[in-house]
Design a protein around this ligand. Structure first.
Ligand SMILES: CC(C)(COP(=O)(O)OP(=O)(O)OC[C@H]1O[C@@H](n2cnc3c(N)ncnc32)[C@H](O)[C@@H]1OP(=O)(O)O)[C@@H](O)C(=O)NCCC(=O)NCCS
Length: 170
């Protein structure tokens, strides 16, 4: 039997009850993944991405979904969304790894900026976005927006970013 393909984003984090926690890109949005996805986000609305370019990144302990997130392209902007880690797997670095993987993915596809909508609550923002240098901004075309009312954060992709966080370089 052929050896399983190793994806560029496979990152082992630590041991868990059935092996290792691995962060990887979701390569197949098949029925099995859809069922996991629906259960994982059952108590909060998730946006349908339709035909937008996107990539899901997940953390697994064996077959179990420990964390999940998405990066998608909308109107020329790469946007991070849907970051969630199961309560029993929190504070192990999973959200950080999912964010780094998504930023790498978008940068690898040419992103010069990465965006994040801030309606997920402060913890998500504090844990996983501000640390990389995301700044609160008004989105293009938002009427009457001020920094106080803005609902977006933006990260500019610069050489300095890679110097500070080499892990973000694709
Ligand atoms: C916010 C969330 C994604 C963090 O996931 P996580 O895997 O525990 O985060 P990490 O372990 O990668 O932690 C990243 C950083 O945030 C900090 N952090 C994480 N949880 C924290 C908490 N509860 N309080 C304070 N700091 C916290 C960590 O210490 C770490 O910082 P450090 O590297 O400086 O030590 C997770 O708590 C979560 O999923 N919350 C619910 C979000 C949700 O349901 N949103 C709705 C989506 S539909």
């Amino acid at each position: 039997m052929a050896a399983p393909r190793l994806y560029q984003y496979n990152v082992s984090i630590m041991q868990c009850k059935t092996g290792e926690i691995v962060v990887r890109k979701v390569e197949k949005e098949d029925a099995g993944w859809k069922a996991h996805f629906a259960a994982f986000y059952s108590d909060c609305g998730v946006k349908k991405l339709g035909r937008k370019a996107h990539a899901y990144f997940a953390a697994y302990c064996g077959e179990e979904l420990a964390g999940h997130s998405v990066v998608y392209l909308e109107k020329g902007r790469w946007i991070l969304d849907g970051l969630r880690v199961s309560p029993e797997y929190r504070e192990m670095g999973i959200a950080k790894r999912l964010t780094e993987a998504r930023i790498r993915h978008a940068v690898g596809l040419g992103a010069k900026e990465i965006w994040y909508p801030c309606d997920d609550g402060n913890l998500v923002t504090i844990c996983c976005h501000l640390r990389y240098g995301f700044e609160k901004v008004c989105a293009p075309g938002e009427p009457h927006c001020t920094v106080a009312t803005a609902h977006w954060y933006r990260l500019e992709v610069t050489p300095a970013l890679f110097e500070k966080f080499p892990v973000l370089k694709p």
